[in-house]
Every structure is written in C-alpha cells, then in structure tokens.
Write a protein that binds this ligand. Structure first.
Ligand SMILES: [Cu+2]
Length: 225
C-alpha cells in the first residue's frame, strides 16, 4: 500500500513502515467513511421549500452521541497506535545497540559535516576523516552517530533509512542505523533552518567491506599528504 515510499535499506525500517501502514489504513478508511456520510447528509437534508433548519443545543443524548461516539473512537484508535508504536520507539530510539562504528554528524547553515573514524576506528584522533555533505558507511554495520548542530535547529533526514532526528544546538543526540544495501542515498535537512534550508542536502554512500577499506586507504593517503 505504501509502495511510493523510498526503498527501505535499514534493518529497522520495516518496523517504521508497519506503523505508517497501519496509520494510513486507519485514517484512510475513516476518511472515506466520513466523506460518504457527509455527502449523504448534504443531499438527504438539502434545502427544501417549507422545511427550516432546527437549532440543536446538544442537551439531549441523541445529538450528543454524534460527538461522543466519534470522540471515543478517535481516542481508541489513538491509544491503539500508541500501543503499537511504543515498542518500536523503545527498540529504535531508547536502546542503542553495541555499535561497530561511531561517527559524528554536525548540521551547520547550510551543510552537513560528517566526521568518520579513520583506520583506527576511533573518533577524535589524527586520522579522522571529515567530509562535507558526504557520509560514507560500510554495509551491514551498526553505525552509532552523535548528532550536533553548530548554529540553529536542523533535522537529519535519511529517508531510505527511515531516520529523522533533530539536531539541537548545545546538545549531542545519539542514534543509530544499519544500512543493508549498497548505493548512494539522499541526506536532507527536515527542519526549516534559514534561507539555504532547501539546498542543505548531502548523500550517504553505503559501500561493501572491500570498497569501504579502499575508501579508507584513499582518504588516509589524501589526509597524510
Ligand atoms: Cu534545514
């Protein structure tokens, strides 16, 4: 049903898609139903000669039910969605799995700065690899990120990973992902952050182990030149 979404290439993406799908069904079915009733009433109770509209003060049960029943239904579906998404939220956002690699991502008007660990696999060492608007990660690897902002609120958005997280000045917000497909995927900013917000775009390259090693070697060579 949600085939128009960007391809999911994240280990947890299907969990997010499941919630989107459920919400789309719930909202979609009720939308059609409500519109059908609305148009039926529009025609059934249209203006007729000799029939004037009556005022409904809402003090009797019968008219009141038209408000109470939908309100209870909405509350019920809301709670259902909450119960469904709670475990997914806990799994993806509350608990960070043991990472294979940690990167740092900083939003800045109007670029994304990615700090990759170099060959030593650690951040804040001499061989760190800094790249603007280009994130490079190995496939099937648990990547933890430390998300920061240099100025205003940005939001890191990698649609193919089903990942969207605000970057807030003064805070380091952790998160994680694991990409399951090689290729190049868009990275965007999802929080209006100024005049250049629309061009605050980058890309994520997911490489297989051999190509990732090759990239590391090349970047290390460039860095030591
Ligand atoms: Cu922005």
């Amino acid at each position: 049903m949600l085939h128009w979404l960007p391809e999911n290439i994240s280990t947890y993406g299907h969990r997010i898609d499941g919630i989107l799908q459920a919400i789309a069904w719930i909202v979609g079915v009720w939308f059609l139903l409500v519109e059908a009733v609305l148009f039926y009433f529009l025609i059934r109770y249209r203006r007729r000669p000799g029939v004037s509209a009556t005022y409904q003060p809402g003090t009797k049960w019968r008219p009141l039910l038209w408000l109470l029943v939908p309100a209870i239904l909405i509350l019920g579906f809301d709670l259902g969605i909450d119960f469904m998404q709670g475990p997914v939220w806990t799994e993806i956002k509350q608990s960070l799995p043991q990472p294979d690699q940690t990167i740092r991502i900083k939003g800045r008007q109007f670029v994304w700065e990615f700090t990759h660990p170099g060959r030593d696999g650690r951040l804040d060492t001499a061989d760190d690899i800094l790249a603007t608007n280009q994130l490079t990660v190995p496939i099937n690897t648990k990547i933890q990120f430390e998300l920061q902002s240099a100025d205003v609120i940005h939001s890191l958005w990698i649609p193919n990973l089903r990942l969207k997280q605000d970057a807030v000045p003064g805070r380091t917000i952790p998160g994680w992902f694991e990409a399951t497909k090689e290729g190049t995927f868009p990275v965007a900013c999802a929080e209006l952050c100024g005049s250049g917000h629309g061009v605050m775009k980058g890309e994520m390259r997911v490489l297989n182990a051999a190509n990732y090693q090759k990239w590391l070697e090349e970047e290390t060579k460039i860095g030591s030149r």
